[in-house]
Design a protein around this ligand. Structure first.
Ligand code: ARG
Length: 719
């Protein structure tokens, strides 16, 4: 353990170039970073942030579900996270009759809390495995390195978790593969929904306001961790008991002002701050605009159906929100990358690097190699996006692709009937869950649209062989749109929707039946076209890109040891802490954005019955009566709703606690701002803001709007 400490301190101690930029490893803050935290207003000791032996803030932070953060806020395992993180679970718990997504929900006591399929993970320990891994990797590069790396990592993980289903482990690759840490987690699987505001609070402003400040969203939901009687992680069981956590966050309702200290612990998913100029250009030229145009079409067809029918809305809500979130993100990212000329800035950095690298054989060709691999891959980039975001953007096509393994199995002459029986059962299960989530009407329109767009927008030489010729031959009624006829035919005749056909297939499974299925034919044509002709080009590109990135980082450390040794590794969904301040900003000439919004702004945005800007009548009534209780801001005499800080976070941090200088919870981070959506590739120190929901608004929504005072009683309030 000690050795780990020393080697890591080197990485994270010295200075860094920009104030407030940085997603630091909480176990390795180093003196310099810690001193800077104190300068900004931190009043805690390092071991109160992170300690191996004693309870510390890190013990209150969890990975929530697949890609969010949550925090423990009571001695009974209560979790706060974002509404958009609980969204899937809330939608799944809802029915048209008991519509918690629409109306909100508060369990009147623990017995009414609703079980979910979510899990949460607590960080148990960290180990530096750099030497272990590097010893085995040696000088390997390219595909061999990737293969070896994956082998070592699975071995390491297997060693630590064995077959314990309540443990998980990952190896976090830092600085583009120059350093490796093993993270071991305890996985808790009995997670229950305690309460949520109605969507008109939790997602107030919808996609119109998403990624925007000024904001007025009550983006929170409340869950609870349960354990077995001995306090150990367990599957759902009615006899389980609320978790007794090692640590939980006190909640401050004292308020704060512009410039006050703020610190965010959580799990930022991914950044690529040392991306090459070539990568930036590929994103703005091809990858981002292609994703955006395809998602816009899928969203349009889904939304038409969701708007019409509350059952469809519930069914598609979570998927829709996910697609919409990164549709708007990548649109904004492109805009900001172009506006900031991130490409030009990267080119300048690269020129400086090249000057330094001259005469150093290890480094001098990095950027000419980058140019080469990007030139080689670029012609196919659009095709790949069209496959992932277009063709497989049809849920039907994505689903039937999974039949491929079964087809292969059945095609073997000597297959074992037992094996086939199992595979067919699995496929039947998968079909059930597909049908549960499937809205045929929108999907059929999506399929027609994406197949048509693929035809028009992807280079003709890259089309699947004969696919379009056959399509035009078959659907040649000049009165009708061939793509619509094609999609209608697929939806009418695939066994995916036809119980009779599916039954007869399972009774007598054959590879030919799968191969002849009209939906499978589409999946097969597009996927195999890619696999046969382009997949190896892509993996070449990726492995070479990785090699170059790793070398570039290594070179940067040599070129500028002082600066680089003070830097933080890119986000990779391992625990980080970001520190900074509550802070207003100037988004454009002559405009200043204040650091907080209030309930007045919520009411000003209210549009009765609107899809995005409706409000619960209870909230309006409380507003009229000025019934804000102890949650009112003493300085402004208003109920503060959202606020902003200059913390450096990204997707995955959603739900993260915003913590004041004394370690109290003051809010939950839930978004980034439009003016800095290029933050994954380049941090802008003037414009970057984290959008947070004020914990006082959270508590007001729980107690006053939701009538769930008993939840407040569980918390430790700092007044
Ligand atoms: N942009 C937020 C994030 O990525 C998600 C916000 C969800 N709300 C919404 N209207 N889609 O964390």
């Amino acid at each position: 353990m000690k050795k780990l400490f020393i080697s890591l301190v080197l990485v994270c101690t010295m200075f860094r170039s920009y104030a407030d930029e940085g997603m630091w490893l909480p176990m390795l803050l180093g003196q310099q970073v810690y001193n800077d935290m104190v300068k900004k207003g931190l009043k805690l000791k390092p071991e109160q942030l992170y300690s191996i032996n004693k309870a510390s803030i890190k013990d209150a932070i969890v990975i929530f579900g697949g890609g969010c953060t949550g925090e423990i806020v009571s001695p009974e395992g209560l979790i706060f996270t974002n509404h958009h993180c609980g969204y899937g679970a809330i939608a799944a718990a809802s029915t048209v009759e008991a519509n918690y997504l629409r109306d909100g929900f508060w369990a009147s006591d623990k017995s009414k809390e609703i079980s979910s399929t979510l899990n949460v993970k607590f960080l148990n320990r960290i180990e530096d495995v750099t030497t272990k891994i590097n010893n085995e990797l040696g000088n390997l590069s390219g595909a061999e390195r990737t293969k070896k790396y994956n082998e070592i990592v699975s071995k390491i993980i297997k060693e630590v978790i064995g077959d314990d289903e309540f443990k998980d482990a990952v190896v976090g690759s830092m600085f583009k593969g120059n350093q490796f840490f093993l993270y071991v987690y305890d996985v808790y699987k009995d997670i229950r929904l305690v309460g949520t505001p109605p969507e008109s609070i939790g997602k107030f402003g919808g996609d119109t306001d998403n990624w925007e400040w000024p904001r007025h969203t009550g983006d929170f939901s409340v869950f609870r961790v349960y354990t077995d009687a001995n306090g150990k992680p367990a599957k759902f069981n009615l006899n389980n008991i609320p978790m007794k956590p090692k640590y939980y966050l006190p909640v401050s309702i004292k308020g704060f002002k512009d410039g006050d200290y703020s610190m965010i612990f959580g799990y930022p998913g991914g950044t690529n701050r040392y991306e090459s100029s070539y990568g930036v250009k590929l994103a703005t030229d091809i990858n981002n605009p292609t994703l955006v145009e395809l998602r816009a079409v899928r969203l349009k067809y889904m939304f038409e159906q969701m708007k019409k029918d509350p059952a469809v809305k519930l069914q598609l809500a979570s998927r829709y929100a996910g697609i919409a979130n990164y549709w708007k993100f990548f649109d904004g990212e492109t805009r900001q990358l172009l506006k900031f000329d991130t490409y030009g800035a990267k080119q300048k950095d690269e020129e400086a690097f090249n000057n330094w690298a001259k005469g150093k054989p290890e480094y001098e060709n990095i950027f000419s190699d980058y140019e080469k691999i990007y030139n080689e891959w670029r012609p196919y980039a659009k095709l790949r996006q069209y496959l992932n975001e277009g063709i497989f953007g049809s849920p039907l096509i994505a689903y039937v692709t999974s039949w491929g393994t079964l087809e292969k199995l059945l095609a073997k002459k000597d297959y074992k009937p037992e094996e086939v029986k199992k595979a067919v059962e699995k496929a039947t299960e998968a079909r059930k869950s597909f049908l549960n989530n499937e809205n045929k009407k929108s999907d059929q329109q999506i399929l027609a649209a994406v197949v048509s767009m693929f035809y028009s927008n992807v280079d003709k030489t890259q089309h699947p062989k004969n696919f379009y010729e056959d399509l035009f031959n078959k659907y040649n009624d000049i009165e009708q749109n061939p793509y619509k006829m094609f999609a209608a035919d697929v939806f009418e005749n695939t066994m995916a929707f036809d119980d009779e056909k599916w039954k007869s297939f399972t009774e007598n499974p054959s590879a030919a039946t799968i191969a002849d299925d009209p939906a499978y034919k589409v999946a097969h044509a597009f996927l195999n076209n890619y696999l046969d002709n382009y997949a190896s080009k892509y993996s070449d590109f990726v492995t070479k890109n990785n090699d170059l990135g790793r070398l570039y980082m290594k070179g940067l450390f040599e070129m500028n040891p002082t600066k680089m040794n003070s830097t933080y590794p890119d986000a990779n969904f391992t625990m980080r802490v970001s520190y900074g301040n509550v802070k207003s900003y100037v988004p454009k000439d002559a405009v200043k954005y204040d650091y907080y919004t209030t309930i007045d702004g919520v009411i000003a945005k209210y549009i009765k019955g609107d899809y995005e800007f409706d409000l619960p009548s209870k909230l309006i009534e409380l507003y009229k009566n000025k019934d804000f209780g102890q949650y009112i801001d003493k300085t402004t005499n208003k109920l503060v709703v959202n606020f902003i800080t200059n913390n450096d976070i990204t997707g995955g941090n959603s739900g993260s606690p915003v913590i004041d200088g004394k370690g109290n919870l003051i809010g939950l981070a839930f978004d980034g701002n439009a003016e800095a959506l290029s933050h994954k590739l380049a941090f802008d120190k003037d414009l970057n803001r984290t959008i947070c929901v004020d914990v006082r608004y959270v508590l007001w929504c729980i107690e006053k709007v939701g009538g769930a005072k008993h939840i407040i009683d569980e918390l430790t309030l700092v007044k």
